[in-house]
Design a binder for this molecule. Structure first.
Ligand SMILES: [Zn+2]
Length: 340
């Protein structure tokens, strides 16, 4: 193992872009299917993984929604979240902001309460037993209506203290940020942090990125790699200090390119890029694999790798004192490695 790889793997990290439903590994999918008496269209884990052959966003989403059909009970959501947090902890993630897609479950007749209670129980458990801190971000499905998103926002209010922010995901084509202007304005009034996916190489990408900034007023941007096509847009992102949650292995699965050089360019331009795993069970890479692949492909220096990690802590939605404490752990690690 190279020294750089070891440095990355042991580094204390924050992950800001991971969909809990996208962490559902085939093994757990089979276990839950068995538990719930659901027949899967695959005979084995290997056969299922072989079907993870995506070439665009819709082909991934089809598999993603099909996969989460095995999640039915509070215990299922708890087991799913525990599995992610255990893996993240093993990769030295000390803080995670986790997306969940309530509408993908409520449309199947699963109660909102079932979903969030299961996830929450796992978060509390992992914090106590493993010391990994996490917060939840509720995503609206952009290919559903704004009315449905608003109803979901209202459903979330009794659990306001369990959710730190809201996001927007699923199929971007024909579903621009401004479709959800009122929903996000209401979310801001309720005190949620705001983020939105601007997926890679989508139609009207820079227009959508500009909308998230100017019409929605997001606090950060998920993906957003195509901003690099527009210098004025990059300048605006830098000036507003907006972080971007880039997911290189996800990019490779969806577009054929890691966009690793783009990550380097962002850093060189002073944009607050971070590296994350997105849907690691489907794209076959957690945060360390993403950081290692990006470092190798773009030839990032150790300072640039540390910058990615610092950016993630700074862009997190933690109270200032906690943010400082976690960043301190990263800084102590970097110093200890410089001496060694
Ligand atoms: Zn995502």
């Amino acid at each position: 193992m190279t020294e750089m790889r070891r440095f990355i793997e042991r580094m204390p990290k924050a992950e800001l872009h991971v969909h809990v439903e996208g962490t559902l590994e085939p093994e757990l999918k089979f276990d839950l299917a068995r538990r719930n008496g659901i027949e899967l269209p695959y005979r084995s884990v290997d056969e299922m993984r072989a079907a993870y052959d995506f070439d665009d966003l819709p082909s991934f989403l089809k598999m993603y929604y099909e996969g989460m059909g095995v999640l039915e009970t509070e215990q299922d959501f708890r087991d799913l979240t525990t599995a992610y947090l255990t893996r993240a902890h093993a990769q030295n993630v000390i803080y995670a902001e986790i997306f969940f897609d309530p509408q993908a479950h409520t449309v199947r007749g699963i109660a909102y309460d079932t979903v969030i209670r299961g996830i929450r129980a796992a978060q509390e458990d992992a914090e106590e037993k493993l010391g990994i801190r996490s917060q939840l971000i509720m995503c609206f499905l952009r290919d559903m209506s704004a009315e449905s998103a608003m109803a979901t926002l209202e459903q979330s209010l009794p659990y306001r203290d369990w959710i730190v922010g809201v996001g927007l995901d699923s199929d971007e084509k024909g579903n621009p940020p401004v479709k959800f202007r009122e929903v996000f304005a209401r979310a801001r009034d309720e005190g949620f942090g705001l983020t939105m996916h601007c997926d890679v190489d989508q139609e009207n990408s820079t227009t959508h990125i500009r909308q998230t900034i100017r019409d929605i007023g997001v606090d950060r941007i998920d993906h957003g790699v195509n901003a690099l096509e527009d210098k004025a847009l990059c300048d605006e992102i830098v000036q507003r200090g907006l972080a971007l949650t880039v997911c290189p292995i996800s990019n490779r699965c969806i577009t054929g390119s890691l966009k690793a050089l783009e990550v380097r360019r962002m850093l060189e331009m002073g944009m607050r890029a971070t590296v994350n795993s997105d849907d690691p069970a489907y794209f076959l890479g957690y945060i360390n694999e993403n950081l290692v692949a990006t470092q190798e492909a773009a030839g990032l220096t150790r300072e640039q790798v540390v910058r990615l990690a610092v950016n993630a802590f700074e862009a997190s939605w933690l109270p200032q004192d906690e943010k400082q404490a976690l960043r301190g752990r990263l800084e102590r690690y970097v110093v200890s490695q410089a001496i060694a």
